[in-house]
Ligand binder design. Structure first.
Ligand SMILES: NC(=O)c1ccc[n+]([C@@H]2O[C@H](COP(=O)([O-])OP(=O)(O)OC[C@H]3O[C@@H](n4cnc5c(N)ncnc54)[C@H](O)[C@@H]3O)[C@@H](O)[C@H]2O)c1
Length: 345
């Protein structure tokens, strides 16, 4: 059976998912929805983000096009609603789509708050539908290969891990919602959650977090550095920043140090392994994290099995982890955590 997909929110991520679904086996993009008539007419110029520029005109012929979410959610031929709306709308629209009987794939972060994330989980359970959150870094080839090396012990015991993600200031969003911390959660929830979520997926919940940050402009905290405390004493930190000027190159990098070998992801996008024998560039699967995540989710839906890569509860745990980091930032001290391990759900 070919899954019929409908995307709601045709901005930067909506465009990315639009292009990606075309490559996913077992799925067909059947409908799109946006409140902006220009987007519904296929004029996606000006749609931009930290990973790339503007799309020109997009051919939407053959698709069912909706102005209102309720109309798309009532489409009897759709199996899946793909939510690429601004973060503060995720919960409201995910719950409505689930209640309408659709499976939901929702962009990260799962929701603006943990309360909203729990509402989404409850709605999925009540409707007996799958709710998947697109934590794309878990699927990003270099990160996925690194995770595999950690899990299979190829690095030996990990003694430290440092993640970094930096971007120009995101001034490109619809009605500038990204620069309103009440809507986006600022740099910590929107950008840095990629690495916080990856830390959670690799090492499980930390005992405590300690965050420092700054807010140089409007839009709340725009630079954060967090240290995650683990019982075995390994040093784990992640830095996220979006205070940089236009023109500053987006980059995501990491260093994972193990007792047997270290891994680095450098700004050139190459994953390297360093050990006593020297340095090697590790091969990684082709395609980006968006393709791998949507293909994975389509497979989960086809098999009617929850994701083993982003288990139910994992994305909500990441939202809770970010909330703890924000509390640490505000209080200026370490915050202890009692998250159950989302890897075991
Ligand atoms: N995974 C990633 O790498 C990644 C990258 C960027 C953004 N994101 C996430 O994707 C989500 C969307 O971000 P974006 O940058 O694409 O936003 P955007 O501002 O570019 O686009 C939002 C779109 O939603 C539409 N919209 C707003 N309200 C609507 C409604 N009620 N009904 C229908 N359409 C509506 C707008 O017209 C606009 O087209 C956010 O949660 C963001 O955090 C993820």
């Amino acid at each position: 059976m070919t899954l019929q997909i409908g995307i709601i929110g045709l901005g930067f991520m909506g465009r990315c998912h639009f292009e990606t679904w075309a490559k996913v086996r077992g799925a067909r993009l059947a409908a799109v929805c946006d409140i902006d008539p220009r987007k519904r007419a296929g004029d996606w110029s000006g749609t931009a983000g930290n990973l790339g520029g503007s799309a020109a005109r997009t051919d939407l012929s053959g698709l069912r096009i909706y102005a209102r979410a309720e109309e798309m959610f009532a489409d009897p031929d759709l199996d899946v609603v793909d939510i690429t709306l601004p973060t503060y709308l995720h919960a409201e629209y995910a719950v409505a789509a689930l209640r309408a009987g659709k499976h939901v794939i929702c962009e990260k972060p799962m929701a603006r708050t943990s309360t909203e994330a729990r509402r989404m989980q409850a709605a999925a359970k009540a409707a007996n539908r799958q709710l998947c959150v697109a934590q794309c870094i878990r699927f990003w080839p270099a990160y996925a290969v690194a995770a595999e090396q950690v899990r299979t012990g190829k690095l030996g015991l990990v003694v430290s891990a440092t993640f970094r993600r930096v971007s120009p200031k995101p001034t490109w969003s619809w009605k500038n919602w990204l620069m309103d911390e009440t809507k986006s959660g600022g740099c910590v929830l929107d950008l840095h959650i990629h690495d916080a979520d990856f830390v959670l997926s690799l090492f499980g919940p930390p005992q405590a977090v300690s965050s420092q940050g700054s807010a140089a402009g409007p839009g709340g905290v725009d630079h954060v550095i967090t240290s995650y405390r683990y019982a075995d004493g390994k040093l784990v930190t992640a830095e996220g920043a979006w205070e940089h000027t236009a023109g500053f190159p987006f980059s995501m990098t990491f260093v994972l140090a193990g007792e047997k070998a270290s891994l680095t992801l450098a700004e050139d996008g190459k994953l390297r392994r360093h050990d006593a024998k020297g340095t090697n560039v590790l091969p990684v699967p082709e395609g980006d994290g968006y393709l791998h995540e949507l293909q994975h989710f389509a497979g989960c839906l086809a098999r009617n099995r929850p994701s083993s890569v982003v288990p139910p509860g994992a994305a909500a745990a990441s939202v809770a982890l970010i909330a703890a980091e924000m509390t640490s930032l505000k209080r200026g001290r370490e915050v202890r955590m009692k998250l159950s391990d989302p890897r075991g759900y």
